[in-house]
Design a protein around this ligand. Structure first.
Ligand code: ATP
Ligand code: MG
Length: 425
């Protein structure tokens, strides 16, 4: 019978990869905790309307990337393509946002129907961070300082760089948008198909078109920076001053607009040259209008999301995963015969009580002494613990070094935990 395969663009994360994921998740978790962030977990499915209203109807995500379906009641539901909308929805629903400050983070799978390629998948994972109730550039700066620290701790500091921009308020974008449309209309026939369409629907998105001909046309296009309102301008200067003081290098990219409608003022991306085309590993910005847009009271907010697969690829290709992520066993416990086998389970539990940090593998599945020893060797364990008929009778265990020369010795079960702890060091 034909085998059933995984869905295209949706990957299994196999045991040889999971230590890198765990290392990444642990490091991020530690850094975020150090800045006072709290974890929130949202459902993976939300009402379709939530994403339409927040991300925007004429964005790539909503127009062509969402996994949307009718559930059995006929309600339109969508697998979340990103986390901000659900986080705001949850925060509002449970009164976490009004009249207070909040620093939240979440991690989990996101779903977008894109063309799968290296660093771009249909199920991918993000760790996201959202801050509510703070309107100054200080929190924008802290977010970026925190991510810079994270890259350093991951050993990626030398391989990413920061691009920032301000896209102003929706009013200043409106004026810029008109000037941009005016300019680009003169080149309508030379634009790529996507950009031609966007000229009518979402002209700002043309700015980050990857098509070289379109990029060439954009060289003389109006500059968003010149259309900024006074408040956004001051906010952006404030951010730059703080980054300078904190020694976080950045470049200003006035073409950086981000693909989601809810952003305003600060936007940023951390990019790397080490992954090829899919070079953005972390992206975000300020979205002061979103909470209100989703029915809450006006609440300033800023956040970002990082792509875990891209960071794992970086850690993997740059070889910066520390050797401490190791899944070798410490002890391999073997029982011979019915009584020995049963006793092996009991003795293993006793050892786990005494040394919960150790990896203790108990042999299951029977087999000869020789085949059990082979498995013990393959487990990477430093010591094999043997319990046969004799050991059961004398309430002892034979302890055999597997990684070094040295004699097998017989240890009283009462002394076993202490002796083994000493042997493992
Ligand atoms: P891109 O321009 O690469 O499509 P984006 O602007 O659509 O990215 P965001 O919505 O800002 O991405 O998501 C934040 C981060 O999540 C990205 O910077 C990237 O690291 C990661 N990401 C986004 N889409 C994917 C995907 N399809 N596969 C893997 N990672 C992704
Ligand atoms: Mg995208």
């Amino acid at each position: 019978m034909a085998k059933i395969k995984a869905i295209r663009g949706m990957n299994d994360i196999l045991p040889d990869q999971s230590p890198i994921w765990q290392h990444l998740e642990r490091t991020v978790g530690r850094v975020l905790r150090g800045y006072g962030y709290q974890e929130i977990r949202m459902p993976i499915v939300e009402q379709t309307e939530l994403f339409k209203r927040s991300i925007g109807e004429v964005t790539d995500i909503v127009e062509k990337e969402m996994y949307t379906f009718d559930d059995r009641n006929g309600d339109s539901l969508t697998l979340r393509p990103e986390g901000t909308a659900g986080c705001v929805r949850a925060g509002e629903e449970h009164g976490l946002l009004f009249n207070q400050t909040r620093k939240l983070w979440y991690a989990g799978p996101m779903f977008r129907h894109e063309r799968p390629q290296k660093g771009r998948y249909r199920q991918f994972h993000q760790i996201g961070v959202e801050c509510f109730g703070m309107n100054g550039p200080d929190i924008d700066a802290e977010l970026l300082i925190m991510t810079a620290r994270l890259w350093k701790e991951l050993g990626l500091g030398e391989h990413v760089r920061l691009e920032i921009n301000s896209i102003g308020t929706s009013e200043s974008r409106k004026a810029f948008r008109a000037a941009l449309v005016d300019y680009l209309s003169g080149f309508r026939d030379q634009l790529d198909e996507d950009s031609k369409r966007r000229l009518e629907t979402n002209p700002l998105r043309i700015l980050d078109s990857k098509v070289p001909e379109t990029q060439a046309i954009l060289k003389d296009a109006p500059d968003l920076a010149e259309f900024l309102d006074e408040d956004s301008r001051a906010h952006f200067v404030g951010l730059q001053q703080r980054l300078d003081l904190a020694d976080v290098p950045y470049t200003i990219n006035s073409r950086l607009v981000r693909g989601l409608d809810y952003y305003g003022k600060t936007v940023f991306e951390w990019v790397t040259e080490s992954l090829g085309a899919q070079g953005t590993v972390c992206a975000g910005g300020r979205y002061d209008g979103l909470v209100e847009q989703l029915g809450g009271k006006s609440t300033p907010a800023v956040g970002f999301a990082m792509g875990i697969e891209r960071l794992v690829l970086m850690l993997d290709t740059l070889g910066v995963v520390p050797q401490t992520v190791n899944s070798d066993a410490d002890l391999y416990v073997m029982g011979m015969g019915e009584a020995g086998e049963a006793d092996a389970l009991r003795v293993s539990e006793m050892l786990r009580d005494a040394m919960p940090e150790r990896i203790i593998m108990t042999h299951c599945g029977g087999g000869s002494f020789k085949s059990q020893m082979k498995k013990a060797d393959r487990s990477g364990a430093r010591f094999g613990l043997l319990i046969g008929e004799d050991e059961v009778a004398s309430r002892t265990v034979s302890v055999k070094p597997l990684r070094s020369e040295g004699e097998q010795r017989s240890v009283d079960q009462a002394d076993l935990a202490a002796t083994v702890a000493e042997l493992l060091g």
